[in-house]
Design a protein around this ligand. Structure first.
Ligand code: BES
Ligand code: MN
Ligand code: ZN
Length: 480
């Protein structure tokens, strides 16, 4: 998608040559004498349109307006969520039409947050997955001009970072959407290496031999049941001084989760191709970093493998030794995400990190707790948690904090190892995070459980690109 930011009043927007002109109208709007203002006033008087969020009105061939089609969109108070709702509705009306160029114009003043919401909403509602259709599906709308009162300063900055963010979101979506046979651990490794072609980014991909040498016994135990060899991906972005401690992102890269010997039921099992959503978001962040080039250092770690049932697969009751030396009794082979992440978290210590954030489609329980609206956030550091919550609110990709108390950690007791890999039927998201916390004691760490937010099910089934926005916003605010 090609985005462009322009200074446009309603009068100049009318003269802009484009296929479709979308006008966002909030409660604060004051009509002028230009043709669009007249249309808005007349349609409002006739009660065919109002500035309530989500109201739309379409008009064609209006005198004095260059665009063939006009869509008026109400955005109510003009909250970022109103912009998103309004634009998503308007974009849906374009789907059937052959619109390749559109302009989105704010009638009245614009904030950075509104502009950010507009860029993300336009991209989100026009993205098309096209990797595995016989005739590649293409996005119709490819050129979007955003019209604001004054395309300078903070708005220009917000525009640039939002566009970089969109590229990352779409990269994450694309990889998460690919079926497991088109997104194997090896292929994820290649994708990461592809990102390293940009200046500032380097990549190293480790295979089974190297991982064995590192002593990642927990990670290896998950991969054992699969014919696909595991990969451990190390991405580095250097935007700050060499000596500066990096932010380390760790993404769960289970390219398919059958549950292993503790096999999952058949319905919706296809959706477990999205179980590398955390990994995809790390790739997406690096895509964004390559475009935005913020002044700080970021490391991305992705343990990638399949979780399959097999003669060689790890069995319930097996005890494995993690890279940290701690032993784990695997009571349920379907709690595999934590088993690959714990070794990556130990590896993260090597970078003497400023902060470590892991991202994982870790538990079904987080959907029970928070639904599909917000990610679960758990952290051993209050400031980090606060910063992430703020980044979530600002980027429109929210998280909600849950506790990591001792009473929960105790549920991981095992009679045969230092810990079990499950904590029982209650508080599944918290006990999973308590497990990870045992491997993240040496640094400030946060965990995002994105099992509810990384993809949507049903007719609109597909990856969302979350949590690229919250991560990029966090990185951007830290780089300032
Ligand atoms: N990848 C799943 C989590 C998941 C389940 C995400 C459903 C989205 C929808 C994870 O590996 C898993 O299977 N977790 C188990 C843990 C349990 C065995 C303690 C779960 O949530 O059921
Ligand atoms: Mn699982
Ligand atoms: Zn999983």
């Amino acid at each position: 998608m090609n985005f462009e930011l322009k200074t446009l009043s309603l009068a100049s927007a009318a003269k802009t040559s484009t296929d479709t002109l979308i006008v966002l109208i909030s409660e604060q709007f004051e009509a002028g004498k230009d043709p669009l203002s007249v249309l808005i006033s007349k349609a409002t008087q006739a009660k065919d349109f109002s500035n309530k969020t989500g109201k739309t009105l379409q008009a064609y061939g209006l005198a004095g307006v260059s665009a063939a089609k006009i869509i008026l969109v109400g955005i109510g108070e003009g909250k970022p969520s109103d912009v998103k709702t309004g634009l998503t509705g308007a974009m849906a009306t374009l789907k059937a039409a052959e619109t390749s160029k559109a302009a989105v114009v704010f009638a009245g003043s614009v904030t950075s947050a509104q502009l950010h919401a507009a860029v993300l909403a336009v991209a989100d509602s026009t993205y098309v997955y096209g990797t595995t259709h016989s005739k590649p599906k293409l996005r119709k709308l490819t050129q979007v001009t955003l019209g604001v009162q004054s395309a300078t300063g903070a708005l220009k900055e917000a525009f640039t970072s939002s566009v970089a963010m969109v590229e990352g979101i779409e990269f994450a979506k694309e990889w998460a959407n690919r079926p497991a046979n088109h997104a194997t651990p090896t292929m994820l490794g290649k994708a990461a290496q592809g990102l390293a072609k940009t200046a500032g980014i380097s990549c190293e991909v480790l295979g089974p031999k190297e991982v064995a040498k590192l002593g990642m016994g927990s990670f290896m135990s998950v991969a054992k049941g699969s014919a696909e060899p595991l990969r451990f991906i190390v991405l580095k972005y250097q935007g700050g001084a060499k000596t500066e401690a990096p932010v380390v992102l760790v993404g769960k890269g289970i390219t398919f989760d059958t549950g292993g010997i503790s096999l999952k039921p058949a319905p919706e099992m296809d959706e477990m191709k999205f179980d590398m959503g955390g990994a995809a978001s790390v790739l997406g962040v690096f895509k964004s970093l390559s475009l935005l080039k913020p002044k700080l250092n970021v490391v991305g770690l992705i343990p990638a493998c399949e979780n399959m049932p097999d003669g060689l697969a790890v069995k319930p009751g097996d005890v494995v030794t993690s890279m940290s030396g701690q032993t784990i009794e695997i009571l349920n082979t379907d709690a595999e995400g934590r088993l690959i992440l714990c070794d990556a978290l130990t590896y993260a210590g090597r970078f003497k990190p400023d902060t470590v954030i892991d991202i994982a489609t870790l538990t079904g329980a987080v959907i029970g707790a928070l639904g599909k609206v917000t990610a679960g956030l758990l952290s051993n550091d209050d400031q980090l948690a606060e910063d992430l919550l703020a980044s979530g609110t600002k980027s429109g990709d929210r998280a909600w904090r849950m506790p990591l108390w001792e009473e929960y950690d105790e549920l991981l007791k095992s009679n045969f190892a230092d810990m079990a890999n499950i904590g029982g039927p209650q508080a599944g998201t918290i006990t999973a995070a308590c497990f990870l916390a045992r491997f993240a004691k040496k640094y400030k760490w946060a965990h995002l459980d994105v099992a509810g937010t990384a993809w949507v099910s049903g007719a609109q089934k597909g990856a969302t690109g979350r949590p690229v926005p919250i991560l990029m916003e966090y990185i951007r605010s830290k780089a300032k």
